[in-house]
Design a protein around this ligand. Structure first.
Ligand code: NAP
Length: 280
């Protein structure tokens, strides 16, 4: 396993999966660093997740990313979970150890915060209230990362209020649940608004959110990157806000995964951004 001449393999496991841009990201870095490796798509049905994950070590893979709908189901198959993966309750990355054991990571929150810092280097989580819409898997990772980064107030709103209440239990001092019907008013005085719902994705209607109450200085963030400019991002730019889409989160979550598999910390360079942008 530790043979440095070994050709390394990794990939992204999910269903559907061929829309994933992760192979472009990792194969770019593999080429940049001249590593003998390749990264591919692994289409795996729900009922085959266990067989596929257990096969990673048997086949000598370096590891893989795990995406929808397997992020939770793959968790109990791990021999070890990072503290972050345990807190999020889902994994997005598996690293096969030299002894064949499987370590589960969740790098989504890291990727999110890093993407915001890329676009706003002086960003601080404690700059003011953060209004966050949605309470799914991505919201959980983002909220944990925001709490760790020092957020003082997160106004959490979700169509199904019960899911928001569950997430608020992460830190009730910081995460305050508001009713979905209050989402427009919940922008008043906010330093940042984050869309973690699927509303605004290419196959979904726009997020129903009026920005009138949002201070012009607020940062607007949408986790969606297909399309790159959601109606929310367009409306925010039209009002003069700094608006950050979800592409940076995708790129940044890949950095620690690549480093764990291949031993080099990669850089998100202009050539990589161009390659990704060319796919839209
Ligand atoms: P998820 O667990 O399925 O959560 C979906 C969320 O959208 C829930 O809060 C859901 O509310 C809400 N929602 C669905 N339909 C709605 C509607 N008609 N009106 C209002 N809210 C609605 O999905 P996820 O994994 O968290 O992903 C959420 C988004 O983040 C997706 O767009 C995904 O592409 C994006 N994402 C991006 C990255 C990245 O790297 N940039 C990574 C992960 C996810 P209910 O609870 O009421 O159903």
């Amino acid at each position: 396993m530790a043979d440095s001449n070994r050709f390394k393999l990794a990939g992204v496991m999910g269903m559907p999966i061929f829309q994933s841009r992760s192979p472009i990201i990792h194969n770019h870095w593999i080429a940049v660093h001249g590593i003998k490796a390749a990264y591919g798509h692994f289409p795996v049905q729900i009922h085959q997740v266990e067989a596929a994950v257990r096969g990673l070590a048997a086949l000598g893979l370096a590891g893989c990313n795990i995406t929808l709908p397997h992020k939770v189901k793959a968790m109990p198959l791990m021999d070890h979970l990072t503290p972050m993966a345990q807190r999020v309750g889902a994994i997005n990355c598996i690293v096969v150890q030299d002894d064949g054991s499987l370590h589960g990571h969740n790098n989504d929150g890291y990727g999110y915060v890093q993407s915001i810092k890329d676009d706003k280097p002086d960003w601080r989580a404690d700059a003011g209230p953060i209004t966050l819409l949605g309470a799914g898997g991505a919201a959980r990772a983002v909220i944990i990362a925001l709490i760790d980064a020092g957020a003082l107030e997160i106004r959490l709103l979700n169509r199904s209020r019960d899911k928001a209440e569950q997430l608020a239990a992460l830190n009730p001092q910081v995460v305050k649940v508001h009713d979905w019907s209050e989402r427009h008013a919940a922008l008043a005085g906010a330093a940042m608004v984050i869309n973690t719902t699927n509303q605004g994705m290419y196959d979904q209607p726009p997020l129903d959110l009026m920005l009138d109450e949002l201070p012009r200085t607020a940062l607007v963030s949408d986790l969606i990157y297909v399309p790159l400019e959601t109606p929310l991002i367009k409306a925010a730019k039209a009002r003069g806000h700094l608006a950050v889409n979800g592409l940076g989160m995708l790129l940044n979550q890949a950095v620690p995964a690549f480093e764990a598999w291949f031993g080099v910390k990669p850089v998100i360079d202009a050539a990589l951004r161009q390659k990704i942008l060319a796919t839209f």
